[in-house]
Design a protein around this ligand. Structure first.
Ligand SMILES: [Zn+2]
Length: 306
């Protein structure tokens, strides 16, 4: 009963109520005189003490003497809502706060909870004079910021087109590599001919075994080096194109991945995409980081959000 009264005042945490009950001489059990936070919570939330009881999801009038009034019980319920509020007050839930700055004064953007559940963002007015007084709901901001990712999203058709363009721009480089490989193959043939010739010279007795061995080793080494260069050119052709396509695939999926995430994950992704994000009159303005600025069609801000 005393617990209900104390907690319904709404200015004490469960810990403080537990502390005060203990100080006032209320004993929870002989072995454990001080009630724990969760035990206290269980008792305070138990509708049984109001003279009714819950059975299969329905409330019934009990025969037992009510320990507390329903009114007090409801006050306690309100107090719980208040007490739970601080749980939302961390950066995790104000995900976009760290992302934005005020477009007018450069101050950080802060957030608060209104009506117990709506998160509102606004200028923290930490740098003196600023006329920005607009509060913006997290849902509205979230919707605006989706645009950041949507703009670097490519449709399948656009992706295909870009891959073709990539292949085309890659073509010259490929031709260059092909030329190089051709030259190297001619060089290789020369070394192979020399290696064959010196072997014949050795068989014919024109040169000593030692001299042949020395030249054979050196030239074979030379040939191996050239094969490595040819291989590298081959791989370069493939790698360049593969990397480009992979990047496009990712950008294609980015939006659908993005919208499924919680606001904290969203903010993390936005921080990697944006170099700058400002809030002016409740509208988000941003600049893309490289290379996302190339993929984004309209760098800048969204207009006509209301
Ligand atoms: Zn400001």
């Amino acid at each position: 009963m005393r617990a209900y009264n104390l907690y319904s005042e709404g200015d004490k945490s469960l810990e403080k109520v537990s502390e005060q009950l203990y100080r006032e001489g209320f004993v929870y059990s002989p072995s454990k005189p001080k009630i724990s936070r969760s035990q206290l919570e269980d008792i305070l939330k138990n509708v049984f003490y109001t003279g009714v009881f819950m059975f299969k999801g329905r409330l019934y009038e009990g025969n037992h003497e009510p320990l507390i009034s329903l009114e007090l019980f409801d006050q306690v319920k309100e107090a719980f809502k208040k007490d739970n509020k601080p749980l939302y007050r961390n950066e995790h839930d104000f995900a976009f706060a760290g992302l934005l700055t005020c477009g007018e004064c450069g101050s950080s953007i802060t957030a608060e909870i209104k009506k117990g559940k709506y998160i509102y963002y606004h200028c923290a007015h930490g740098k003196g004079d600023c006329s920005q007084t607009k509060y913006i709901r997290q849902e509205v901001l979230d919707e605006q910021l989706q645009e950041v990712v949507r703009r670097i999203h490519l449709t399948d058709e656009q992706k295909q087109w870009t891959i073709e363009a990539l292949k085309q721009s890659n073509f010259d480089e490929q031709e260059f590599h092909k030329d190089k490989i051709k030259q190297l193959n001619v060089e290789c043939q020369k070394w192979r001919d020399r290696i064959n010739q010196i072997y014949i010279d050795k068989l014919d007795g024109k040169i000593s075994e030692e001299f042949w061995q020395e030249k054979h080793n050196a030239w074979t080494q030379e040939l191996r080096g050239m094969h490595k260069i040819i291989e590298a050119y081959d791989k370069a052709n493939e790698g360049y194109l593969q990397t480009g396509i992979h990047f496009l695939e990712l950008s294609n999926r980015a939006y659908s991945l993005y919208i499924q995430q919680n606001s904290h994950e969203k903010a993390k992704m936005l921080k990697t995409l944006l170099s700058n994000c400002k809030l002016i009159d409740g509208i988000a303005h941003w600049e893309y980081r490289k290379p996302f600025n190339i993929l984004a069609k309209n760098d800048g801000c969204i207009v006509n959000w209301s």
